[in-house]
Each structure stands twice: as C-alpha cells, then as structure tokens.
Design a protein around this ligand. Structure first.
Ligand SMILES: *Cc1c(COP(=O)(O)O)cnc(C)c1O
Length: 373
C-alpha cells in the first residue's frame, strides 16, 4: 500500500489553466489493521466464483488477439436481467450501457451532455467525483444546497435549477458521504424543474442502492427519456477491483454515449469477469443483508456512545459531531482504524466492515470520546 503521491511535478508543464493548483481524487491508502474508508465490501469473493472467473478469463484469453465485443452485448443482457429481477421494472439490454466503473459512465454522460460552455449541478455534500469529472470534461460545476439534516432542500434545488438552467443534474441516492436516500417525489420535482428549464439530463447515482431500506428509483425512467440511473459492481457485488459500472435509461441515451465512448473501452477480460460474477449474483448479494445489519448496528451503537449519526441507507455511516473532524480522524488512525474525512465540517464517515472490524472501530470511538470528555 502506498501513501499519497509526492507533490506533483506538473508545475513546468503547459497544463490546462483550470487544472492548475488542483489535487487528484484519492482516499489515503494507508497500511493499518482496520480500513473502513472507501466503502468497499469487506468480504473477498467466494472461492467458487474465483474459480469461475479463472475459467471464463481463460476462455477469453484464447481470443485476446482480437478486439473485444465493442457493444458488450452479452454483459449488457445479463445486467438488464439483474435489474429486471431486482429493481421492479423490466429493462432491456438496449437500455443498459456498461463501462470501467460508474465513474466512466458518469464521464461519458458528461462528455455527451455537458462539456465546455455547459453546466452540471449536484447537491453537496455529495460524491466529490461528480464535480471532479465535471471539471475534467470542461463542464462548469454548480454546488446546490442541502438541508441541515442532509436531505435535499427541494424548494431551493428547484429554484437553483430554474435560475441556473444546468445541462446535467446529479442526484445521489443513497447519498455519499451522508447515507441519505432520496424519495421519488424529490426526483420527480427536480426532473420536472430540469425539463422546464432546459430540458436537461438528470442522473440518479444509485451506487449504494442494494443497501437501502427503500426500493430503487429505476422504475422512474419509464416515459422519462432524460432520466438516467447509474449503478456499479464496486460496492454491493464486492468487486471494486473489477471496475464495472453501468447505467439504465432510454435506449436513446445509450445511443448518445456511443458518440463519446472509446472504441473497445471494456476489455474482454473485464467482460468475462463481470459475466462470471453475475452468474453468482445471489451469493454476492447474500453479504449485503449481513452488511445492512452491521450498518444498523453501527448506527445504534454510535448513538449509544453519544455520537450524532445521520440515518443511513448505504454501507457506511456518517457520524460526529467533532470540534475538529481532522483531529478525530487522526485519533482513530492512531488506534489502528482508518475512516474517511470527506471535508464535511464536524463529520466523519465509516464503512460497515466485518463484525470484528466494526467492534474495533467502536472500541476506538469509545476511547476517543472518553479522552475528549
Ligand atoms: C463508489 C461510488 C461510485 C462507484 O464508482 P466505480 O467507478 O463504479 O467504482 C459511484 N458513485 C458513488 C456515489 C460512489 O460512492
């Protein structure tokens, strides 16, 4: 594991003005006993799936002299089958698109629908990559408001969309880093506002939806051509290393991203691995129930310790409030526990790990609270 890179050497390079003085995205990858900072699934893939991946990758290796299926048809068919089975809405392969992580899906959406001279809005604090990918694609970023309890301030959001007329609206549900789920009435209100203002694309980032108490917002794409739901295999499927994200939307949206995707962007090895994982969906999602129970236990125990906790629909919990989140972060690290400081003043975020990891985390918080009492 490496720490953060040394200070960048691009000072002498003719880099784009808007990138000057900026830092790359990156949670510290520190070598500590308990790492609960990047919302990964703590359970390694089961051995039976590891063997199936080896088989399918070996099969793919026999034709690696050829480019992969550019349209990833088999994979999109299986992703559509998974969504149809779990999200309460029939989805066809033509309405699904896959890329290297949902970050690439989001990048392709911004390349197709935003970019120089256009704007995107998100409601912060939220997933920082939405703003960073906007910047990388030359899209101007608008930071929209939230209420004190981290729900979206619908009235203010509708007003901001009407006044600023963004080309892309991001809604993260459940929201990272707060864990807050968004209800369908809020999505519909923002969608209507976005259509009246422009019309613009609305992207619902459901990276954590499998952990939610609420059903997926995916059925809302029916009859709404400018609504996109993005998903990932990085969290619930426990396959962050695979790099596989996908979207569901009207097939017209899938056609639009063809204009900006790199040819053969999804390697044959990635496609084979993802297909193997999708054969074992039920086993992988079995861990989700365990993690939801651990998430709920973290909420209950943190409150019993005396922390403030934001209600969570994800596999992580936002807790506080600290006079200095940075000092609390350091205090936990000194006790061997790495959590995430997302820069939300007073708050930290912890990922639900294994029961033993969560116990170690809770012990560290108890000590920290005693020390500061
Ligand atoms: C982790 C995360 C993603 C997933 O990114 P991948 O590129 O699929 O690993 C997307 N959106 C949010 C809000 C996330 O927290």
């Amino acid at each position: 594991m490496t720490g953060n890179a040394p200070s960048p050497q691009w000072g002498e390079l003719p880099i784009r003005d808007e990138l000057r003085g900026k830092s790359p995205y990156g949670a510290p990858q520190l070598d500590v006993p308990v790492r609960l900072n990047t919302n990964e699934n703590p359970y390694p893939l089961p051995e039976i799936l590891v063997r199936r991946i080896a088989e399918r990758v070996a099969e793919a290796a026999r034709t690696l002299n050829r480019y992969p299926d550019r349209d990833a048809v088999e994979l999109r068919t299986e992703l559509a089958r998974y969504l149809t089975r779990t999200a309460g809405h029939p989805v066809a392969a033509a309405g699904v698109w896959a890329a290297n992580g949902s970050n690439e899906v989001i990048q392709q959406l911004l390349q197709a629908f935003a970019g120089p001279g256009r704007t995107a809005i998100g409601f912060e604090p939220s997933y920082s990559m939405h703003a960073l990918i906007a910047r990388g694609t030359g899209t101007d970023w608008i930071s929209g408001p939230r209420n004190d309890d981290f729900t979206i301030d619908v009235e203010a959001a509708v007003r901001a969309i009407g006044e600023r007329r963004p080309d892309v609206v991001f809604i993260c549900s459940p929201n990272n880093p707060t864990g807050t789920a968004v209800d369908s009435a809020t999505v519909l209100a923002l969608y209507e506002a976005a259509q009246a203002a422009k019309p613009s694309m609305v992207v619902v980032d459901e990276a954590y939806v499998e952990f939610s108490h609420r059903p997926s917002l995916l059925p809302l794409i029916e009859g709404r051509r400018n609504l996109v739901v993005s998903r990932t295999m990085s969290k619930a499927f426990g396959a962050a290393g695979l790099r596989l994200g996908y979207l569901a939307a009207d097939p017209a949206v899938v056609d639009a991203v063809q204009l900006v995707r790199l040819p053969y962007h999804l390697s044959a090895v990635t496609q084979a691995t993802a297909l193997a994982a999708l054969e074992h969906t039920d086993t992988l999602l079995g861990y989700v129930e365990q993690l939801k129970a651990e998430r709920d236990r973290l909420v209950t125990e943190l409150r019993a310790i005396g922390c403030e906790v934001t209600d969570s629909d994800a596999n992580f919990v936002q807790f506080g409030r600290f006079d200095s989140a940075q000092r609390a972060w350091r205090g936990l690290l000194d006790r061997g526990v790495l959590v995430r400081d997302n820069g939300v003043p007073g708050w930290l975020r912890v990922t639900a790990g294994t029961p033993a990891e969560n116990d170690a985390f809770l012990d560290a918080v108890r000590e920290l609270m005693k020390e500061n009492a």
